[in-house]
Design a protein around this ligand. Structure first.
Ligand code: MD3
Ligand code: FE
Length: 216
């Protein structure tokens, strides 16, 4: 059907319901790719990617940094949100306007018009890196959704249920995809199996994932 978006040459990105409350907006970040990547470079100059240690003593294969009022960190003492980067002792870099605007507009399109993220965790996967099945439950208010933006190499995303042993569905997350997880899906188990080797045209030999949270 020819609608206003097609007439303007800006097709409405497709939306897919993954579960009750979970919406996948294919390609929604593509118009902002250059802005997002240059803002990311400025962030990592102030707060470089690092491999954090889990409370159990394992070094994570995914490298992480943050921007915003608070950042997610893990060390031998546990998982938490911290206003300061423990590596520098200074506040995390300010969340760039293009990050905040993308998170707010995509959350609204997915049915969460009041979402205002205060934290953005940035994950960097190199080939072989993985994130085992987990829940995100360090945030104060689970009424807030989480918005995730995928850039670079494609990944398989595993999405289960409220119990670790629930069956998982698999989705391919590609460059520019935005997913919003809220409502009943907010505490669903999820993970990313080992990233396959490859080279992305603009991002290179890695996958980057931004997750926007209402942490504090
Ligand atoms: C579903 N990151 O940072 S993004 C994480 O691709 C995380 O880097 C993965 O899991 C990544 O915690 C997955 C998609 C995602 C993020 C948070 C969720 C899915 C979620 C929270 C609840 C349910
Ligand atoms: Fe997660």
């Amino acid at each position: 059907m020819l609608d206003l978006f097609e007439m303007l040459g800006t097709p409405e990105p497709s939306t897919e319901i993954m579960a009750d409350g979970a919406v996948l907006l294919r390609g929604a970040a593509l118009p902002f790719e250059a802005d997002l990547l240059s803002a990311l470079t400025e962030i990592t100059e102030q707060a470089p990617f690092r491999h954090m240690v889990t409370p159990g003593g394992f070094v994570m294969s995914v490298a992480m940094t943050n921007c915003g009022t608070a950042g997610w960190v893990t060390d031998r003492t546990g998982y938490r949100y911290d206003r300061n980067d423990p590596r520098s002792g200074r506040p995390w870099p300010v969340m760039p306007d293009c990050f905040f605007a993308l998170a707010v507009t995509t959350a609204a399109r997915a049915g969460y018009p009041d979402f205002r993220p205060d934290a953005c965790l940035i994950n960097r996967y190199e080939p072989g890196a993985r994130l085992s099945l987990h829940q995100d439950r360090n945030e104060r208010d689970f009424a807030n959704p989480i918005v995730s933006v995928s850039l670079g190499l494609p990944a398989t995303f595993q999405f289960g249920g409220l119990e670790r042993t629930d069956p998982v569905r698999r989705y391919a997350l590609r460059h520019g995809d935005v997913a919003v997880w809220g409502g009943p899906s907010r505490l669903f188990y999820h993970g990313v199996p080992e990233l396959r080797d490859g080279v992305h045209g603009t991002v290179g030999r890695m996958r980057l994932n931004l997750t926007f949270r209402g942490a504090l």
